[in-house]
Ligand binder design. Structure first.
Ligand code: NAD
Length: 320
């Protein structure tokens, strides 16, 4: 029996064990033929011949799933499931597996890097030097400053660990607070408005869904200190970008570090015109260690489902 497994992420199988596992299970690996994010129409063209998919950020909508007549498993390479129509997959009894924890250290370290860069204008200074200038920048320190974590799941907790080394007091907000972790960390859960008012750095670590879309809008940005820095390594849609642009350009907020934007890749985002914004191209999970761990678990999840078992982590358990 040969199963056809499409892997869309460009960094899939940096670790050869993932590819080997698929081969040994009788899977034919089909790689993303475009070397970039696939469009919905490209997904539709490819999906009808596919038994399993290892998916990155490409759209897996109802329109795509309608054509997925052979599809037996969706295996997310990562944890953010907002590009997958889970209800449509559930209606077709297709498990949606994912890889929690495999990239949390990588994303937390990028969030910390964005905090440092936004606070000390590292990228801005680098840009100036390349243009022949030797500018002077006056930044702000992280040491002892309050960090507000919105979301204390895998990534939020990893960031808290790193912030402890900078002696940053930690405020948290989460719909499912983890009080025993907070006690161990010396962190405190507060309401979202209190977190926004009191934090010097605010970092987002929650999923994008209907409850979190534009969770941070004009009113929330208004609550933040004018000296505060906001970091987003979750999903662009969680922040209202127009409101963010306004707050940053009017200097009602010191700076932002963004690994994600609402439309990726962005087309002429005005945020890129601002010197107090540091942008990266959704690279949070892209370390060799995280890619290897995500590849292996994503492959294990596909093989488990194709062989009639249950993947280790499934978002729509109700199908069983
Ligand atoms: P997680 O599931 O471990 O943690 C998410 C936390 O958010 C949970 O504690 C949950 O209770 C909380 N939460 C959910 N809805 C909430 C709401 N409405 N208000 C407040 N809290 C809420 O996930 P994680 O591994 O920490 O990842 C978090 C997000 O980071 C992912 O959903 C994904 O979108 C994003 N991500 C980005 C990258 C990247 O490359 N930049 C990589 C991995 C994950």
């Amino acid at each position: 029996m040969t199963w056809r497994v499409l892997a869309t992420p460009r960094t899939f199988a940096g670790d050869e064990r993932a590819e080997q596992l698929l081969q040994e299970a009788g899977c034919q690996l089909i790689r993303n033929p475009y070397g970039r994010l696939l469009t919905e129409d490209e997904m539709i063209t490819l999906i009808s011949e596919i038994d399993g998919i290892i998916i990155g950020l490409d759209p897996l909508s109802e329109r795509v799933l309608e054509r997925a007549t052979r599809l037996k498993v969706i295996s997310k390479y990562g944890v953010g499931l907002d590009n997958i129509d889970i209800a449509a997959a559930t209606a077709r009894k297709i498990p949606v597996a994912f890889t929690p924890g495999t990239n949390s250290a990588a994303v937390a370290e990028l969030a910390f890097g964005l905090m440092l860069d936004a606070a000390r204008q590292i990228s801005a200074s680098d840009r100036q030097i390349r243009q022949g200038q030797w500018g002077r920048f006056s930044g702000t320190q992280l040491w002892g400053k309050t960090l507000g974590l919105i979301g204390t799941g895998q990534i939020g907790q990893q960031l808290a660990l790193r912030a402890r080394g900078f002696e940053m007091p930690i405020l948290c907000y989460d719909v499912h607070p983890d009080y025993s972790w907070a006690e161990r960390m010396g962190a405190s859960y507060v309401t979202l408005p209190e977190l926004l008012r009191r934090s010097d750095f605010v970092s987002l670590h929650i999923p994008l869904n209907s409850a979190t879309h534009h969770l941070i809008g004009g009113a929330e940005l208004e609550m933040m200190k004018p000296t505060a820095i906001i970091i987003n390594t979750s999903r662009g849609g969680i922040i209202d970008e127009e409101a963010l642009y306004k707050a940053l350009s009017e200097k009602r907020l010191r700076a932002a570090g963004l690994d994600v934007v609402e439309c990726e890749p962005p087309e002429n985002t005005p945020l890129a015109q601002l010197d107090n914004v540091v942008l990266t191209s959704h690279i949070g999970a892209h370390t060799s260690e995280a890619s290897a761990a995500m590849s292996l678990l994503a492959a294990e999840n596909v093989v488990a489902a194709l062989q009639g078992g249950r993947p280790k982590f499934v978002a729509n358990k109700e199908i069983y």
